[in-house]
Design a protein around this ligand. Structure first.
Ligand SMILES: Nc1ncnc2c1ncn2[C@@H]1O[C@H](COP(=O)(O)OP(=O)(O)O)[C@@H](O)[C@H]1O
Ligand SMILES: [Mg+2]
Length: 266
C-alpha cells in the first residue's frame, strides 16, 4: 500500500506531553468498529482543528487506507503507521506524534498480548471499547474490560474507560446484559451507533460522518458528538479522579471480576 499523501511525522518533540489527549480505541474482537470509531472521531477533530493524529497499530492498516482515500481538500489528519514497528520499539510513542497535536487517536489490532495492552494504554486520557450486540461480542468485550482493569491496571474510578455500543438495537436481551455488567462496574455507555450504511460509505470515501450531507447522517452524527463531548471532558475527569483520596484507592475487584466477565452473576 502506498502511504503517499499521508502527512508523516516531521515535527517531532522530545517534551513530555501532559496535555496530549491520547484516546485509545480497543477491543480484541475484529470487526467491532474500532477503525470506524477512530476515523469518525478523527474527522470531527479535523473539522474543529488543529489536525488530529491517528496511530494505527493494526497490520491490516484500515485506518491508514482510509487516510489514503481522504480527499486532499478536507481538513488534514496526520497518520502514524505504528504497526510497522513492534510495540516495544514504540515505547517512546510520544516522540512520533507531531508536536502541535492536541488529539491523538490510537487504533488497535485484533489481538493484543498483556505487555502490549499495558504499552498501548500507557498515558492514555480515555479508552473506548466498541461493542457489537451479539452475546459472543459482549462476552469478548467483558473479557477485554476485565483485562483493562486487572492487567493494564486501569482504575475504573479514573473514569477514563467507556463503551460505545455499535450496530446496536437497544432493546435486545444481550444489550440489557451488557448494560447490567457495565453498570455494576460503573462504566458508562456513552453512545449507541446504529447499523447504518452511512458508516460504510464514509469509510469508502475517506471521510467522517460529520463531513457528509447533514440531513442524511443527523442521527448518527449526534451519537458521534456524544462521544466527542465525553472525550473532551478528560481534564475534568482527571481532576476529579485526582481529588479521590488514596484511602479510596484500594482495588475493589480481583478474580471475582473475571468471573463476572463470564456473565455468570452479572
Ligand atoms: N455502525 C455501523 N454500521 C454499519 N457498518 C459498520 C458500522 N460500524 C462498522 N461497520 C463496518 O463493519 C466493518 C468492520 O468495522 P471496523 O471499524 O473495520 O472494525 P475493527 O476496526 O474493529 O476491526 C467495516 O466494514 C465497517 O464499515
Ligand atoms: Mg480496524
Amino acid at each position: 500500500m502506498s502511504f503517499a499523501g499521508i502527512s508523516f511525522v516531521h515535527m517531532l518533540t522530545s517534551q513530555k506531553r501532559d496535555n496530549l489527549n491520547k484516546i485509545v480505541i480497543l477491543n480484541p474482537k475484529g470487526g467491532c468498529g474500532k477503525s470506524t470509531l477512530a476515523t469518525n472521531l478523527a474527522a470531527c477533530y479535523a473539522q474543529r482543528g488543529p489536525a488530529p493524529a491517528i496511530m494505527d497499530y493494526d497490520p491490516q492498516a484500515s485506518t491508514m487506507a482510509w487516510l489514503d482515500r481522504r480527499p486532499a481538500e478536507l481538513p488534514a489528519v496526520n497518520g502514524i503507521a505504528a504497526y510497522k514497528k513492534s510495540m516495544h520499539a514504540t515505547r517512546s510513542w510520544q516522540l512520533r506524534v507531531p508536536s502541535d497535536t492536541v488529539n491523538l487517536l490510537v487504533d488497535s489490532p485484533a489481538s493484543i498480548g498483556h505487555d502490549d495492552l499495558r504499552e498501548l494504554t500507557r498515558d492514555s486520557t480515555s479508552i473506548l471499547v466498541p461493542v457489537l450486540p451479539s452475546s459472543m461480542d459482549i462476552h469478548a468485550a467483558s473479557r477485554c474490560i476485565a483485562d483493562l482493569l486487572l492487567i493494564a491496571k486501569i482504575d475504573r474510578r479514573d473514569r477514563k474507560l467507556a463503551v460505545v455500543a455499535n450496530r446496536t438495537r437497544k432493546n435486545t436481551k444481550s444489550f440489557g446484559k451488557l448494560m447490567r455488567f457495565l453498570d455494576s462496574l460503573g462504566i458508562p455507555i456513552i453512545a449507541v451507533l446504529r447499523d447504518s450504511q452511512n458508516f460504510v460509505h464514509a469509510a469508502e470515501q475517506g471521510v467522517g460522518l460529520c463531513e457528509m450531507q447533514p440531513s442524511r447522517v443527523k442521527q448518527d452524527v449526534e451519537q458521534i458528538d456524544n462521544v466527542v463531548r465525553w472525550l473532551d471532558a478528560w481534564p475534568e475527569r482527571r481532576r476529579d479522579s485526582a481529588a479521590v483520596t488514596s484511602v479510596n484507592r484500594k482495588p475493589k475487584f480481583g478474580r471475582s471480576l473475571l468471573r463476572r466477565a463470564q456473565f455468570g452473576s452479572a
